[in-house]
Each structure stands twice: as structure tokens, then as C-alpha cells.
Design a protein around this ligand. Structure first.
Ligand code: NDP
Length: 255
């Protein structure tokens, strides 16, 4: 995929989709800067990658994306001296309607899913200009569609999609691409982190199966392969794209 020896930052590389992205990037020969808060999980990702491909280098950067933009950039540059790809994957889920809105939660979700990405992308761009690199954002089908009861999360991802499209136009003249993948339901820890477990999780999962036209939920590697494609030279004429990886959910109309 022509990711050989590219330096790729993956945020949220300590869990779920981010681990799979790191694995696919490593398989393609990229060197990884693995960002997350949970040091044990980050080290587990690093060990997994090095078992998979001894030729690649993997750095762990223990950082909170809402606060530590400079740490992420500086540690990556210190280790590798360049940045080719930024994958903005770290994100948090939130459920609830306007009536139930908790404004502190709203601020936390927007800070994580939008503001942190804006700041990290802005800080990375000078380095991407040097390498003619690119950005891949991990959004959601909740950015393209609109689901009652996913107010805060939907707003955060829809705004992220606008960010992807606008910045892709701003950076296109300099040869830097910006794209997005928009996954449907994928089994990770994202639901249990906000207390969706047991019977409630079963119901949410079943609803997801029934609302994805392919009749199932997605796998982390299906998302990761799409991210790696957009990051690679195979997608060299693609910018500003929002790629649904959602079993057709973005076109789903309930009967
Ligand atoms: P997980 O909960 O499994 O992983 C989330 C990752 O984000 C973790 O590595 C976590 O790191 C990191 N993270 C969250 N907040 C911060 C922060 N402030 N600073 C640094 N890292 C942070 O979720 P997924 O893998 O499912 O989610 C990955 C992305 O995919 C998210 O953007 C999500 O919105 C999107 N997505 C997921 C879907 C799904 O069904 N799973 C569907 C559509 C989109 P740590 O644990 O170290 O804090």
C-alpha cells in the first residue's frame, strides 16, 4: 500500500479500532507513534506490533489528546524526525437527547471528538507540508446521518466531517490530503465505557444488526483497512472524502 517507512501517528491506539489501525499500518511497513492515556494498553499494542513486524519502530506516547498536543508532536519528531500521516481516531461516545442534556458532558465530548482534533491537526500540518502527508479522521455514520438520542455525539461527528471537508480544500493546493472514515456499529469498549453493558448492550447490538443493511455489525479490521487505504498512495487522488464503513447504514430507511 506504499506505507513502507511512513511515520504514522494513531491517536486512541490503546483500544478497539485504534489497535487495529496500528496493526494494519505496521503490516504495511509504517512506523507508529501510538497515542493514548492508558499506558498498560499502549504498551500491549506496541508489543503486538513488534511481534507482528520486527522491522517497524513503535513509540508509545502517553497523552491526553485534549491537553497534550505538543507532547504528541514533540515526542514523535524526537523519535522519527518526520510525520507522514495523522490518524485522528481517539473519541468518546455519548447518548441522550436535548431534554437530558448535561452541558459538562457536551463540553467533554466536543473537546475530545472535535477541538482536540482541530488542535492536533493544526500542529501537525507544518510537518505534513514537508512530507506531502495526509490526515485520516475517524468519524462515524452518526456524522452523516442523524439519530434521535445521539445529540452530542452526532453534533461532534457532523462538525468533524465539516472540518475534514473544509481543511481538505484548504490544504489541497499544497498536496496534503484530508479524508474520513465513518464507521457503523463496531464491537469495542466504546459502549461499556459509558455504562452500556449486559442486557442494554444486547439490545443496542441487536438494533444495530437490524439497522445495518448487510445484516451484521462491523469488525475493527474493516475500519482499519479503510483508514490504511485512505492514508496510502493508493488513494492519492482522494481528498475531502467521507467513506462510510457501515454495512450500508447511511442509506438505511426503517420500514
Ligand atoms: P474505544 O473506547 O475502544 O477506544 C477509544 C480510544 O480513544 C482509546 O484508545 C482511548 O484511549 C482513546 N481516547 C479517548 N479519549 C482520549 C483522550 N482524551 N486522550 C487520548 N486518548 C483518548 O473506542 P473505539 O475504538 O470504538 O473508537 C475509536 C473511534 O471510532 C472513536 O472516534 C469513535 O467515535 C469511532 N467510532 C466507533 C464506533 C463503534 O461502534 N465502536 C462507531 C463509529 C465510530 P485510553 O483508553 O488510553 O484513554
Amino acid at each position: 500500500m506504499s506505507l513502507s517507512d511512513k511515520v504514522v501517528i494513531v491517536t486512541g491506539a490503546s483500544s478497539g479500532i485504534g489497535v487495529a489501525i496500528a496493526q494494519v499500518m505496521a503490516r504495511e511497513g509504517a512506523h507508529l507513534s501510538l497515542v493514548g492515556r492508558n499506558v498498560t494498553n499502549l504498551e500491549a499494542t506496541r508489543a503486538l506490533l513488534q511481534k507482528q513486524n520486527k522491522a517497524i519502530q513503535a513509540l508509545t506516547v502517553v497523552a491526553d489528546v485534549t491537553k497534550d498536543t505538543d507532547v504528541i508532536i514533540q515526542q514523535t519528531l524526537k523519535q522519527f524526525g518526520r510525520i507522514d500521516v495523522l490518524v485522528n481516531n481517539a473519541g468518546i461516545l455519548s447518548t441522550g437527547s436535548l431534554i437530558d442534556l448535561d452541558i459538562n458532558e457536551f463540553d467533554t465530548v466536543l473537546n475530545t471528538n472535535l477541538r482536540a482534533i482541530v488542535l492536533l491537526t493544526k500542529a501537525t500540518v507544518p510537518h505534513l507540508l514537508k512530507t506531502k502527508g495526509n490526515v485520516v479522521n475517524v468519524s462515524s455514520c452518526a456524522g452523516i446521518c442523524h439519530f434521535a438520542g445521539a445529540l452530542t455525539y452526532g453534533i461532534s461527528k457532523a462538525a468533524l466531517d465539516q472540518f475534514t471537508k473544509i481543511v481538505s480544500l484548504e490544504l489541497a493546493p499544497q498536496g496534503v490530503r484530508v479524508n474520513s472514515v465513518n464507521p457503523g456499529f463496531v464491537v469495542t469498549n466504546i459502549h461499556s465505557r459509558i455504562g452500556i453493558v449486559d442486557e442494554e448492550y444486547k439490545k443496542v447490538h441487536e438494533r444495530a444488526v437490524n439497522s445495518h443493511p448487510l445484516g451484521r455489525v462491523g469488525d475493527v479490521f474493516e475500519v482499519a483497512e479503510a483508514v490504511a487505504f485512505l492514508a496510502s498512495s493508493k488513494a492519492s487522488f482522494t481528498t475531502g472524502a467521507l467513506l462510510p464503513v457501515d454495512g450500508g447504514k447511511h442509506n438505511f430507511t426503517p420500514r
